[in-house]
Design a protein around this ligand. Sequence first.
Ligand code: ZN
Ligand code: FE
Length: 248
Amino acid sequence: MKISLIPIYEDNYVFHFITDDGLSVVVDPGDGQPVIDYLETNGHSLQVILHTHHHWDHINGDDALREKYNCEIWGPEFEIMRIPNMDVLLEDGQNYTLGSHSFKVIHTPGHTRGHICLYFEKDNVLFSGDTMFSLGCGRLFEGTPDDMWNSLKTLRNLPDDTIVYCAHEYTATNAKFWKSIESNHPEVDDILEKIKSQKCTVPTKLSFEKAYNPFLRADDPKLKQALGMVDETEEKVFAHIRHLKDNF
Ligand code: ZN
Ligand code: FE
């Protein structure tokens, strides 16, 4: 599955792919015109819009795309009141087919209550929306730290070679934040430098995130030690890291 990135606004990514049998699909079109421009330039139509959650920077392109292409809108059932005109309500734990591909819906509350991630197991691809970013995680607008920690632990259980398409380019700031809380990590400076030299860091690999993303490592004794929280629970450590990032 070849996935293309369509940058919109300051730091959002919309994703586009074509299934083996020719369905054209976009994920989280937060703006219409840049997506239309991309599709026209590349000679594609549009059949399906997929959504991870209801925020405007992920859904604002729906009306323009629907009007032009008469495409279907698929999104999280828990956000039926927040995302207009959904044709297919995606349920936690269910599998859905798009042409020759299939994906599983993983409910990951925290950023929003109904947030879902879309896992294409055979393609080794995860669309993580605003739940997991490279070296980061989404802000807790509608959930508790415990919600988000549990969501991230669910994603952490996916295979190491999963390719993660997150919806924002926040990696450089996230790397600086990581250094601020774990400056003694032997690889933090090298990774920070490498990221600074890259304009685009998406997609990322789940193995990389498991090894370095501080938000996936609230139970890592080394990170707990760096934070002076050796005896604290992983839930408390996670809440503390999220709190520090909110004020970074
Ligand atoms: Zn969001
Ligand atoms: Fe967003």
